[in-house]
Design a protein around this ligand. Structure first.
Ligand SMILES: C[S@@+](CC[C@H](N)C(=O)[O-])C[C@H]1O[C@@H](n2cnc3c(N)ncnc32)[C@H](O)[C@@H]1O
Ligand code: SF4
Length: 386
């Protein structure tokens, strides 16, 4: 049954926390282990955690499953299959269930793509990051440009839907270099492409390098130019942004990503995974223990690695809805905002932002951020949420 606070969307996020090496820009929950991990033991813990949460999420239909990381393409396809079989036993699946796996594009991993498809994966998202050798090396990547291109080709032949990620506005990068690189990427892309501006996160090697003055990052004006050039070239190629960093042909959007931005419900399992679950009409923000071995020990003891289970207030929920929904090209429904928060957004605030062309009201009544407003999205959200 769809309650007032639900929009009927439900997905499952499976976090696989291991990587072959740590990239200097990355602050995701990823861990490098020099000895082989007990993969079967970990898979048993995922199965146990899924069973634990099945009781709380009874009656929901799964629209999407996403294996993210870390590097899920280091998983044995049998492990992926075991987890998918477990999910199939616990929840009914939508007829167009989307099952994505994030993959790194080394040749070893590309060889597993067919086995992943047989395991039940129907979409891959590849972390290519750059199509140029020097930046790839500086980003600490373990694959060459040729390997990445080959992996994209294999992914496109094995899976009906695939995507790849690039990082731009990198140290040393010029606009002209990005224009060439992006045009090449647009020639390779089929339905979906994710383009992320490099962000410098605390606790990463890049953070220390920048602090030491050794990472020449683009200034705010150049970053804005990078962003505008990206929008222009992708739109011209028919891969318009449907969200700030995500581009797709119509109908090729990632359903799992859309579920987050439409503020649906999702169960996050695995070390460090986050979730948003509605239980008896209350939305909970969940998070699991980050350290993989400690997470598995907690699951074995308690049935789950849950360390955070916060009840969200209506205000917190509606702020999150704004933050997520305004990233979308189609914007947010003012009616849903009202349903979640019990109040209307201030018409005066909307008018002020409309007058300076940061937001607009669409013909269906949705509120969306304009091209001019997107580079200052956080400030727009903060103004509206006041
Ligand atoms: C979970 S990560 C990585 C998935 C996979 N392990 C890989 O490296 O290809 C998902 C994506 O986030 C992006 N990303 C990670 N850290 C970033 C950063 N600091 N700035 C911009 N994009 C970042 C990368 O494009 C990456 O492919
Ligand atoms: S970017 Fe990907 S491969 Fe690199 S450390 Fe982060 S999760 Fe691992």
């Amino acid at each position: 049954m769809i309650s007032d606070r639900s929009n009927g969307l439900f997905g499952i996020y499976v976090h696989w926390p291991f990587c072959a090496a740590k990239c200097p820009y990355c602050d995701f929950n990823s861990h490098v282990r020099h000895d082989p991990i007990d993969e079967r033991g970990f898979v048993a813990a995922y199965v146990r955690e899924l069973n634990h949460f099945a009781a709380l999420t009874k009656g929901k239909t799964v629209q999407s499953i996403f294996f993210g990381g870390g590097t899920p393409s280091l998983m044995d396809p049998v492990s992926v299959e075991t987890i998918l079989d477990c999910i199939a036993l616990l929840w009914p699946a939508h007829p167009e269930l989307e099952v994505t796996l994030e993959a790194n594009p080394t040749s070893v991993e590309a060889e597993r793509f067919k086995a992943y498809r047989h395991a039940g994966i129907n979409r891959v998202s590849l972390g290519v990051q750059s199509l140029r050798p020097e930046p790839l090396a500086r980003l600490g990547r373990m694959h060459s440009v040729a390997e990445a291109k080959l992996a994209v080709g294999i992914a496109q032949s094995v899976f009906e839907r695939s995507s790849f990620d690039l990082i731009y506005a990198r140290p040393h990068q010029t606009l002209n270099e990005w224009r060439d690189e992006l045009n090449e990427a647009l020639n390779m892309a089929v339905g979906h492409l994710s383009l992320y501006q490099l962000t410098i996160e605390q606790g990463t090697r890049y953070f220390d390098l920048r602090a030491a003055g050794k990472l020449p990052m683009p200034d705010a004006d150049l970053s804005a130019d990078f962003y505008l050039l990206t929008q222009e070239l992708t739109a011209a190629a028919g891969l318009q942004a449907y969200e700030i960093s995500n581009h797709a042909r119509i109908g090729e959007e990632s359903r799992h990503n859309l579920l987050y931005w439409h503020y649906g419900e999702y169960l996050g399992v695995g070390p460090g995974a986050h979730g948003r679950l509605l239980v008896d009409g209350v939305r909970y923000a969940t998070a699991m223990e980050k350290n993989p071995e400690n997470w598995a020990a907690l699951v074995n003891k308690n049935g789950s690695g849950l360390i955070t289970n916060d009840k969200l207030t209506w205000e917190e929920e509606s702020d999150e809805y704004l933050l997520m929904g305004l990233r979308l090209r189609q914007g947010i429904s003012l009616e849903r905002y009202h349903q979640l928060s019990g109040r209307h957004l201030s018409p005066g605030q909307i008018k002020e932002l409309t007058d300076i062309d940061f937001v607009e009201i669409l013909s269906n009544g949705n509120l969306r951020v304009t091209d001019k407003g997107w580079p200052v999205l956080d400030a727009v959200v903060a103004d509206l949420a006041m």
